[in-house]
Design a protein around this ligand. Structure first.
Ligand code: XBP
Ligand code: MG
Length: 261
């Protein structure tokens, strides 16, 4: 019997809508502070999200859209160091933005985490984003004590290859000595789903405006959000077995169903 043991959450787009009004804004602030006339519009940012990781996204933008651009390197500085500096500034702006309460959790996230803790499930985070960003989001949106709810926060450059590579999920499973057959992952994007699936995880997808039209074949279920008792989710793919909001009982049912097929 596949008894559910752990829930593993992506952060950006899954716990909160952080991309358009969070990361994108912080990237633009860092560009302006560095004297660059780069401005990532919401539409352009949607294209750039195909590349996960902020440093990787900056390099991709430069190579793809401004191949003639020459970065203002100081003596002895490598291109990689220049990108890392720009990205560090972006992280600072992003953390400041979170601290002002600019971003709240998606529907059902706080409720599900609370229920899962009460049910004795182990909780973890597996994300591409920088560790400081995760801490700042959890502290601001869930309260400082919420950091201790997660047994592991696996984030950023801790693994060599970012999503859609499965490395971050492999890392989390290994650190927690968990078998993926007993865990459920929560993602919002195709890259995240691929990452979790390659690590052998049954995966729930909650879409957002940037990811809605992506291919979610292989997901256990695709929802518009996790829902609340007074705010039912919409099932976009799969079978919620009559549920209208996501509870541990549905997590359990999805895990068992995924091992039946
Ligand atoms: C999220 C990302 C991140 C953020 C930026 O992907 O791609 O890069 O956009 O974070 P996922 P950093 O939700 O699949 O983990 O700038 O800190 O890299
Ligand atoms: Mg995501």
């Amino acid at each position: 019997m596949f008894q559910l043991q752990a829930l593993i959450f992506d952060v950006d787009g899954t716990l909160a809508e952080t991309e358009r009004d969070g990361h994108r804004v912080a990237f633009n602030q860092a560009f302006a502070a560095a004297g660059l006339d780069w401005n990532w519009t919401p539409e352009r940012y949607g294209e750039l999200l195909a590349v996960t990781g902020g440093k990787e996204r900056i390099r991709h933008f430069w190579q793809q859209y401004l191949p003639e651009f020459v970065p203002p390197l100081s003596a002895g500085m490598s291109e990689q160091e220049w990108i890392a500096g720009l990205h560090k500034a972006k992280t600072n702006y992003y953390v400041q933005l979170l601290q002002t309460g600019g971003i709240s959790l998606r529907p059902g996230v706080r409720r599900l985490l609370t229920e899962a803790r009460a049910a004795g499930l182990r909780l973890a985070i597996a994300t591409t984003t920088t560790p400081d960003n995760v801490t700042a989001l959890l502290e601001a949106a869930l309260g400082p004590e919420s950091l201790s709810w997660f047994e592991l926060i696996a984030a950023g450059d801790i693994v060599p290859a970012k999503k859609p590579a499965p490395d971050i999920y492999h890392y989390a499973l290994n650190e927690m000595q968990l078998d993926p057959a007993y865990c459920l992952a929560f993602e919002d994007s195709q890259a995240g789903l691929e990452s979790a699936r390659q690590a052998g995880l049954t995966t729930v997808v909650t879409v957002n405006d940037y990811t809605r039209s992506q291919d979610f074949s292989g997901a256990a279920i695709v929802l518009d959000h996790l829902g609340e008792p007074d705010m039912p989710f919409q099932v976009l793919q799969g079978d919620a077995e009559g549920a209208t909001y996501f509870q541990v009982s549905l997590a359990d049912a999805l895990l068992k169903a995924s091992h039946r097929v």
